[in-house]
Design a protein around this ligand. Structure first.
Ligand code: SF4
Length: 355
């Protein structure tokens, strides 16, 4: 599965204690307004592409997301390109703040944290990116890259920081002599190891990995995934794994949150995969991933985030759509503690609201 030749038994996927994590999102919305930030050239290009001025309504990146992490889990956020999964990851880290709704850390809104609490939040929630090269300062040696956060947070003496950097490089599988090299002297896989060492420097509780292997060769992907899983176990991390690779996350994740058009379509425990009454979009994704089931293969294009359809975002492509789907956005409904779904055709007896 996932092209990496693993069996699920090879991987350490069993969750530790799945109690509520301090990090949660409540009715989170974020719209980008390109006109305010894009160059004239890019705005003109977008206008030509879409037939209307860029940013006339903004890009609705994330809509109405409720999600609570569980301590020690691997939560996969899955979706096609443009589904909002990367934006959601950045909202979780405080890199973006929602237009409305709340990102909560230990019950307090991240956007309203004072300097001391925000610093603590940043220590506890770290992120690594798809392209580690672009997030590493090319003028910094590996030692400086990893040490920077320790200096900012005023942690340790020179000697202690030196020892800490050496230990972190070793932990992520880089040789001691790597400390003096610059990021361009590393391979792609080594750069991702270095960005991991930097993320781990502050002993985070939660690590968000945004497509951490999609830019790497297949052979290297397996090494980085195994490293992430080992670190997760050794450090009791909560891992949020953002990916478009459904077969891969099916193996490594404890829980999957599937996004489409900026909204959550389904949140499902791994143990219920294939047993739950899955969302039609999820059924299509599975079929596309396995190359079978013509009735479920996705046809058409994802919704334009600048002008999403008024009802269910998946309605224009959904083989099960009925009239209400085109006018009313379906609420996320809890079927049981391990499965929630936002679809007018999937109703449970306990019509709970979002989870
Ligand atoms: S709400 Fe309607 S359009 Fe959306 S996934 Fe369900 S059946 Fe399809």
């Amino acid at each position: 599965m996932g092209g990496l030749g693993w069996k699920s038994d090879d991987l350490m996927t069993s969750p530790t204690s799945l109690t509520a994590s301090p990090l949660s999102l409540e009715q989170v919305n974020l719209t980008f307004h390109p006109r305010r930030s894009l160059s004239l050239e890019l705005s003109t290009w977008l206008k030509r592409l879409s037939g209307r001025p860029a940013g006339s309504h903004g890009i609705q990146a994330v809509r109405g997301v409720n999600l609570a992490l569980k301590t020690g889990e691997i939560l996969a956020i899955v979706g096609e390109s443009g589904s909002g999964k990367t934006t959601l990851g950045r909202l979780m880290t405080g890199l973006y703040h929602p237009d409305s709704g709340r990102v909560l850390w230990a019950g307090r809104e991240v956007a309203g944290l004072n300097n001391k609490s925000r610093k603590n939040f940043r220590r506890r929630v770290q992120i690594i990116f798809q392209d580690p090269g672009s997030s590493l300062n090319p003028r910094f040696t590996a030692k400086a890259v990893v040490e920077e956060a320790l200096i900012i947070h005023n942690l340790g003496s020179n000697t202690e920081r030196h020892q800490r950097v050496a230990a972190l490089l070793k932990e992520v599988g880089l040789p001691t002599e790597a400390a003096g090299r610059f990021s361009h002297e590393f391979s792609g896989g080594q750069r991702q190891r270095l960005s991991l060492a930097r993320a781990l420097a502050l002993d985070p509780e939660i690590l968000i990995a945004d497509e951490p292997v999609s830019a790497l060769d297949v052979s290297i992907q397996a090494q980085i995934i195994n490293l992430l899983l080992n670190l997760r176990t050794r450090r009791a991390l909560t891992l949020v794994f953002i990916s478009h690779d459904l077969p891969l996350v099916r193996i490594i994740a404890d829980r999957l949150a599937i996004m489409y058009g900026g909204r959550l379509m389904e949140v499902v425990d791994k143990s219920l995969l294939g047993k739950a009454p899955h969302h039609p979009y999820v059924l299509s994704l599975w079929a596309s991933a396995s190359g079978g089931g013509n009735n479920f293969i996705l046809k058409g294009e994802p919704p334009d985030p600048a002008s999403p359809p008024p009802g269910c975002p998946f309605a224009p492509r959904c083989r099960e759509a009925i009239d209400i789907c085109h006018v009313e956005i379906p609420l996320m409904t809890n079927f049981n503690p391990g499965f929630a779904c936002a679809c007018h055709r999937r109703r449970s007896p306990t019509e709970a609201s979002n989870r």
